[in-house]
Design a protein. Structure first.
Length: 186
């Protein structure tokens, strides 16, 4: 009870990052075998620095994923570096995890947009589902054809254009509210 709100929020963020670390490891290994340092670097790159694993967090995670049969590690080279690759079971778990993540993200997004809609910040309360299907193709369908990936990227672009319109409406609403508050001050 003695924690400040920002401390609690920071702890929750750390817990979420630890949970996402497993998913991030599986994702980067879908791209090919990597050793620990490469995994850390790729996760930082792919998450734009949102998830920045340390060796103290990564190696226990790798051990747990290996014990679960989701990845396999083997020592290679003269330095005996352990190189990890994802197993078929790991791919299945990754696909299912991403699917469930999207369901959760869609639910949260709908909840937030509904609240913004009730505040008259945005008119539409449903996020563009086209984005979810596009991201699913890009992340989950490793065997997707180039044409399928291009179509997915085009759907994603349209989805982001739609989101840009929503953000512009929110900026207009915020600007209007600021003007109203300033006028009320006078």
């Amino acid at each position: 009870m003695g924690f400040r709100p920002e401390e609690i929020a920071s702890r929750w963020r750390e817990q979420m990052q630890r949970g996402y670390l497993k998913l991030a490891v599986l994702f980067v290994l879908t791209q090919g075998p990597l050793h620990g340092y490469q995994i850390m670097r790729r996760i930082r790159e792919w998450t734009l620095g949102v998830i920045t694993p340390t060796s103290g967090a990564l190696y226990p995670t790798l051990r747990r994923l290996e014990e679960m049969g989701l990845i396999r590690g083997e020592s290679r080279g003269e330095r005996g570096r352990k190189v990890y690759c994802i197993t078929e079971r790991g791919r299945e778990v990754f696909r299912e995890s991403v699917k469930r993540h999207f369901e959760l993200a869609q639910s949260i997004r709908s909840w937030v947009l509904k609240g913004l809609g009730e505040l008259n910040v945005v008119e539409e309360v449903e996020p563009p589902s086209v984005m979810m299907s596009a991201v699913r193709v890009l992340l989950l369908k490793e065997e997707a054809s180039v044409e399928e990936k291009i179509e997915a990227l085009e759907r994603l672009r349209v989805g982001f254009q739609h989101m840009a319109l929503l953000f512009n409406r929110m900026v207009e609403h915020i600007t209007k509210r600021i003007e109203e508050l300033r006028a009320a001050e006078d």
